[in-house]
Design a protein around this ligand. Structure first.
Ligand SMILES: Cc1ncc(COP(=O)(O)O)c(C=O)c1O
Length: 388
């Protein structure tokens, strides 16, 4: 059967290849220490589980949900945004429930990108921004994130002919894969740039609750007037260890939230109601679980970064996310170093170039394994004389 040209334009999803490699080595009896996909290993908090059990007993979730989400869920999202960021949202028009934020991010370009339109996309970045733009017929224009620019794209360097064709600008702070954070001045700059050039600002805030050393990330919607040009994607996946539950939200500009709901109503019919009710419990219940998770991730971060620094790296500890963006030793590439770690040490990381060409020269460690395993990985590196 002949596949569409559209499908031929996109590569296999990054983690599909990595999971295949892991399965192959596991079959060979190699005990892999897996720093690969960013999927929290910690359990979903008990009170969220209990809510799910209770609502299933009520048996009122079997019918189609609305594509925008239950109003009670959208109210819980608006209340959480108010409490957390002091941002006011109208739950009726400015909040849309998602089947995980990946779903919303993947559908968004269908609402705004026509053939030949441009999306301004950070490089490296979460692959879905680029792939969904391509699937919609648009042209991704990559904005390099480098150590030199503190992993914040230089908007002034974008040529005018590209700015004129641009419909979307993506930002993601705290950032996957670099672990970088951005200050409010940068958010102000992005909002002004989008207003001036009639571009929709797409903020991906999936990691806002994972801050360390007292750092508390902000929402772009805190910038006065941001709502005129911004849609922000968020998710319960990483905050509450709910990646498999598939629940997230898009908030901000009402025309954009409405456009997304229109696409969704024609494609997916919304998120399972029982999961939305459990999501309400997550957002409105005690947030102690978030603090406890962060304490664990902070300890793991310290074990990894301190360990790598004893082996010759000179890494600063990221203030947010569970991603450590680590430059490869001299003479290595992202791919060669990933292969070396896997074959010599049984350590699985993600090659930085999988997130875009500017990721070349880095690998990403996701600290989603216990600190004892991280310490063991450092020992394996020592034993195999791997240093920077
Ligand atoms: C930057 C970023 N955005 C969005 C997502 C999607 O998360 P979900 O679809 O589970 O809400 C991820 C997942 O890894 C991510 O890293």
């Amino acid at each position: 059967m002949k596949r569409s040209k559209r499908l031929d334009k996109i590569p296999p999803y990054l983690f599909v290849k990595i999971e295949e490699k892991k399965a192959e080595l596991t079959r060979q009896g190699i005990g892999i220490i897996d720093f690969g996909i960013g999927d929290p290993d910690l359990p979903t908090p008990a009170h969220i589980f209990k809510k799910m059990h209770d609502v299933l007993e009520l048996n009122d979730s079997a019918q189609y949900p609305t594509s925008k989400g239950e109003l009670s869920f959208r109210k819980a999202v608006a209340d959480w945004y108010k409490k957390r960021f002091n941002v006011t949202l109208d739950p009726i028009s400015e909040v849309c429930c998602l089947i995980g934020s990946k779903e919303g991010l993947a559908h968004l370009p269908l609402c705004f990108i026509d053939q030949g339109d441009v999306s301004l996309i950070p490089d490296p970045s979460y692959p879905v921004y680029k792939i969904s733009t391509t699937l919609a017929g648009g042209e991704p224009y990559l904005l390099p994130l480098t150590a030199k620019n503190n992993f914040m794209a230089d908007l002034d360097s974008i040529p005018n002919n590209i700015v004129n064709k641009a419909k979307l600008l993506y930002i993601n702070y705290p950032n996957n894969p670099t672990g970088a954070v951005a200050d409010k001045d940068y958010f102000v700059k992005c909002v002004e740039f989008c207003k001036k050039n009639n571009i929709l600002l797409v903020s991906d805030l999936a990691y806002s609750e994972m801050g360390y050393d007292g750092y508390v990330p902000s929402s772009v919607l805190e910038v006065p007037g941001a709502k005129d040009v911004t849609i922000e994607f968020h998710s319960l996946s990483k905050t509450y260890n709910m990646t498999g539950w598939r629940i997230g939200m898009a908030v901000g500009n009402k025309e954009v939230a409405q456009a997304l709901a229109t696409i969704k109503s024609n494609i997916d019919s919304g998120a399972f109601k029982a999961i939305q009710y459990a999501g309400i419990e997550a957002l409105s219940g005690s947030q102690d679980c978030v603090k406890q998770n962060n304490k664990i991730f902070e300890e793991r971060r310290d074990v990894l970064i301190d360990g790598l620094n004893t082996l010759g790296w000179n890494l600063k500890k990221p203030q947010a996310t569970f991603y450590m963006w680590v430059p490869v030793p001299k003479g290595e590439t992202s791919t060669s170093f990933t292969e070396k770690l896997l074959e010599k040490c049984g350590i699985l990381v993600v090659p930085g170039n999988g997130y875009g060409p500017s990721g070349e020269g880095y690998v990403r460690f996701a600290i989603t394994i216990p600190k004892e395993r991280i310490a063991e990985a450092i020992e394996r590196l020592k034993k195999n004389r791997i240093s920077c």
